[in-house]
Design a protein around this ligand. Structure first.
Ligand SMILES: Nc1ncnc2c1ncn2[C@@H]1O[C@H](COP(=O)(O)OP(=O)(O)OP(=O)(O)O)[C@@H](O)[C@H]1O
Length: 307
């Protein structure tokens, strides 16, 4: 068995550098030397502040962006080599993304039945089974097909549209779902429903999820494994419980300290200070020069130095 077979996806030394500007060219290192694996049926959170490179990783997995360096393996296939139309379609049957704004994903002029019809037909599934299958995935996400299928997107709530996005992924029987800030538009009570639904479906269907968020509480609630990103690098990785109980990288420690707690007055001295954290991280790397990425306990690794 090849090394990558036991994982649904393996990311190896992934780097993305964006080039921008016309008169003065600028380079942004959005993702730097990131590696991780995803096992079937697991939820993995990608956590970090805005601009830390989370969405860029999701887009590279979905082949919406080309890596500058490194490799992404789906099972044992390097996805860089997937370019013929047929194989690409097969890939998108199995690896799907759902993004923050459900309203932007659905064509406002199409009723939901048309969206699902088009999707079903474009993937050439068994026509005789269509109605049954579509009804089944809608029931799976707790939506009543009779009430939903005849409606236009603007007649549905944000929570119903998020559920429809999950139903769409289920229709294709995906292996891996990239959920980018999936529930950030929803109110607290609807959020929990959508999260629980995702967890349930992972268990039932063996689907894996990369859950992109900057909300630590959500990360804790939903994920088996957590990856903490800081300025394009993976700085801490492993079992969610272990990381949350014993954060070691100064950036992860700062993230945990800056979560407001119910019942405690906000301590302004704990506020996130970008300059301070940059200095703290630099000092940490200097003190640990040459160590690199180290497994400090089983299932918990930390970036001690970036050189
Ligand atoms: N197309 C692009 N061209 C140039 N720079 C880009 C492009 N896309 C992203 N970037 C830059 O890459 C870095 C990482 O962006 P990315 O969107 O991956 O971060 P993120 O962690 O997902 O942030 P957020 O939580 O705000 O979505 C940022 O500095 C961003 O400005």
């Amino acid at each position: 068995m090849a090394e990558n077979d036991k994982y649904i996806m393996s990311i190896k030394n992934l780097t993305k550098v964006f080039k921008s500007g016309i008169f003065k060219v600028e380079y942004t290192v959005a993702v730097k030397d990131v590696s991780f694996d995803i096992k079937p049926g697991t939820v993995l959170s990608l956590i970090g502040e805005s601009g830390s490179g989370k969405t860029t990783i999701g887009k590279m997995i979905l082949k919406l962006l080309k890596p500058s360096d490194g490799h992404i393996y789906y099972k044992d296939r390097d996805i860089a080599g997937i370019d013929d139309k047929k194989e690409l379609k097969e890939y998108y049957k199995k690896v799907q993304g759902i993004f923050q704004d459900p309203f932007a994903t659905f064509n406002p002029l199409y009723r939901i039945d048309r969206v699902f019809d088009m999707l079903y037909n474009s993937f050439a599934y068994d026509k005789s089974n269509q109605e049954k299958r579509i009804n089944q995935v809608l029931n799976d996400v707790n939506l009543n097909p009779d009430r939903i299928l005849g409606k236009f997107p603007h007649q549905l709530s944000g929570g119903q549209l998020q559920r429809l996005l999950i139903a769409r992924a289920l229709l294709m029987d995906v292996d891996l779902l990239i959920a980018d800030e999936l529930i950030s538009m929803l109110d607290a009570s609807t959020r929990i429903g959508v999260l629980n639904l995702l967890l349930e479906l992972c268990k039932k269907n063996g689907m894996s999820v990369i859950f992109i968020t900057h909300d630590l509480n959500l990360g804790y609630y939903i994920s088996d494994e957590s990856l903490i990103m800081y300025k394009g690098r993976l700085v801490e990785r492993g079992n969610t419980k272990k990381i949350y109980e014993n954060p070691v990288h100064p950036y992860t420690q700062m993230l945990f300290e800056s979560v407001p707690e119910i019942g405690n007055r906000w301590d302004a001295t704990k506020e996130f200070l970008p300059e301070k954290i940059i200095d703290d991280v630099e000092d940490f790397y200097k003190d640990n020069a040459g160590k690199g990425f180290v497994e400090i306990e089983k299932g918990h690794s930390v970036l001690f130095s970036n050189k």
